[in-house]
Design a protein around this ligand. Structure first.
Ligand SMILES: Cc1cc2nc3c(=O)[nH]c(=O)nc-3n(C[C@H](O)[C@H](O)[C@H](O)COP(=O)(O)OP(=O)(O)OC[C@H]3O[C@@H](n4cnc5c(N)ncnc54)[C@H](O)[C@@H]3O)c2cc1C
Length: 481
């Protein structure tokens, strides 16, 4: 991967503007960093390459992963604590999740909820029972991951933690409207839109002391007395980087991200000597439900065999389908279960019984799979994958059908989870795990809470939570080498 070289301080003839903390990119992570830095007394300059802040955060569903006993959880009658939340995230965010980040986030999640509320982000104290995507209502809480499904429900006490910003449907716009309004009203923050950061400037010791930016074709040298915070999103829009680091994501139809998700923040960090972590990782959703009732079908791979409990979060289903089963998966339903999936997968085979269905699609193990599933489901159990009994029903109502969930024909939606290595204070680390002086990062420019395994809400959560930490630490004068 070609990274832009960091500019040397020796090559800067004059600074065009100065600030204490320079924030690059104004999505949820950048807005949180700017607010935290200004609230800590720093003079902040926030740059956004688009004509307004918001980024992918403003396009998002507005589900924020929070827990440990928030007022919303309590009002909705759910018990939760930091230990249960930590246990779930350690089990679900791997392999090899960042334990320090998860522990701190679980410990301070309730405080972070109040931080967001105090900055104008509204959450209603009501629960929406269907799982997965943001609700069509303005309810405030959903199950947004695998907390209450096998095997996670037995590893940590389950609680719903998807906190939905109070607006029906996608509410990321409202989240960003509130955060950006606060940014605009905070005297210590100047915002410059239509301004793209191109490289960071390092002094003789390798400390980051500013950035070179371009605005309407004009170059400007910006000095950051205390630190630069890179919050420029991920790299799902950079095909070259995806091909090099996370090639399976190229097969996904939908790239979840704004134009700015081209990896420029990561590349600027690498040029300053940063290490990258988990550039292969991605959130991969296969939204084969809603409707919820489709979970009563069975998912099979190219060999006609089931591979997980169908009540799992669709992000886990997508990850398994693409990374472990080559994107060749199908959903088997019967006439009682079949409903039109919201994501529009088509029927590719139909038959009066399992044998006919298996012949039509040439899935060798399918007939045996359906028989053994049906036999156990009739007894209300799923010994193979432990799907919740409420989704168990033998598939016996003819005709049986197969919905096409292959990566070529179904919606697989992906965004990147890997990025710069940072510590819990948002300091960017080099290959030896030492902080690089003056350089901070958060959000999808970094590898955050989800090393690979994802639950909805984790990206807005770690963007805002570690964005705050990065902004605060930068305001405090940065890390010394
Ligand atoms: C449809 C959809 C639904 C989603 N739903 C959810 C959800 O409900 N919950 C959840 O947690 N996540 C969700 N996500 C994912 C989530 O929105 C993103 O991962 C998250 O918003 C990333 O935040 P960020 O601050 O790191 O980046 P962004 O919000 O993308 O902000 C980065 C900003 O930096 C700017 N920028 C980039 N490069 C430069 C540069 N060189 N100079 C200056 N500016 C630059 C960009 O223009 C952008 O404004 C969803 C995403 C989509 C698209």
């Amino acid at each position: 991967m070609e990274s832009p070289a960091a500019c040397s301080l020796r090559d800067i003839e004059a600074w065009d503007a100065e600030c204490d903390v320079l924030v690059v990119g104004l999505g949820c992570a950048g807005a949180s960093a700017a607010l935290a830095a200004a609230e800590a007394g720093a003079d902040v300059l926030a740059l956004e390459r688009a004509s307004a802040g918001g980024g992918t955060s403003a396009l998002s569903g507005g589900v924020v992963y929070l827990g440990g006993g928030t007022p919303v959880q309590k009002a909705c009658g759910f018990e939760d604590d930091a230990e249960a939340m930590r246990g779930y995230l350690m089990a679900a965010c791997g392999p090899d999740p960042d334990e320090a980040k998860i522990s701190l986030f679980a410990e301070r999640s309730v405080e972070h909820f109040h931080w967001l509320v105090d900055r104008g982000v509204p959450f209603r104290e009501s629960f929406y029972p269907d799982t997965g995507i943001e609700p069509p209502t303005d309810d405030g809480l959903i199950w947004s991951g695998n907390e209450n499904v096998h095997p996670f429900r037995d590893l940590a006490r389950p609680a719903p933690r998807g906190h939905c910003v109070a607006k029906p449907g996608a509410a990321g716009g409202l989240l960003m409207e509130k955060l950006l309004a606060r940014v605009g009203a905070t005297p210590g923050i100047r915002v410059t839109n239509d301004t793209c950061a191109e490289s960071v400037v390092c002094d003789e010791e390798g400390r980051v002391v500013g950035a070179i930016v371009r605005r309407a074709g004009e170059r400007a040298n910006l000095k950051a007395r205390r630190g630069v915070v890179l919050t420029a999103g991920g790299f799902i829009q950079n095909r070259e980087m995806i091909a090099e680091h996370a090639p399976p994501l190229l097969r996904c139809k939908i790239r979840i991200g704004c134009e700015g998700d081209d990896g420029s923040g990561i590349q600027m960090g690498l040029a300053a000597g940063a290490a990258a972590r988990r550039l292969d990782a991605g959130s991969i959703s296969l939204p084969y439900y809603p409707p919820e009732g489709l979970k009563r079908g069975i998912l099979v791979n190219g060999a006609g065999e089931r591979f997980l409990n169908e009540d799992a979060y669709y992000g886990l289903v997508g990850e398994h389908a693409l990374l472990r089963h080559d994107g060749r998966v199908f959903l088997v339903v019967d006439d009682a279960v079949h409903e039109r999936p919201m994501a529009g997968m088509e029927i590719v085979a139909a038959g009066d019984d399992p044998a006919e269905l298996a012949r039509e699609l040439d899935l060798p193990g399918l007939e045996a799979t359906i028989h053994s599933y049906n036999e156990a489901a009739a007894r209300g159990i799923d010994p193979a994958f432990h799907k919740n009994a409420k989704y168990l029903a033998p598939l016996v109502n003819a005709p049986l059908g197969v919905l096409d969930c292959t990566v070529e024909n179904a919606i697989y939606a992906a965004f990147t989870l890997g990025g710069l290595a940072t510590d819990v204070e948002g300091r960017v680390l080099d290959e030896g795990d030492a902080p690089i002086g003056g350089l901070f990062a958060a959000g999808r420019t970094t590898s955050g809470l989800a090393a690979q395994g994802y639950s909805s809400g984790l990206s807005l959560a770690d963007g805002t939570f570690f964005g705050r930490r990065a902004g605060e630490r930068a305001a405090a004068g940065g890390a010394e080498r």
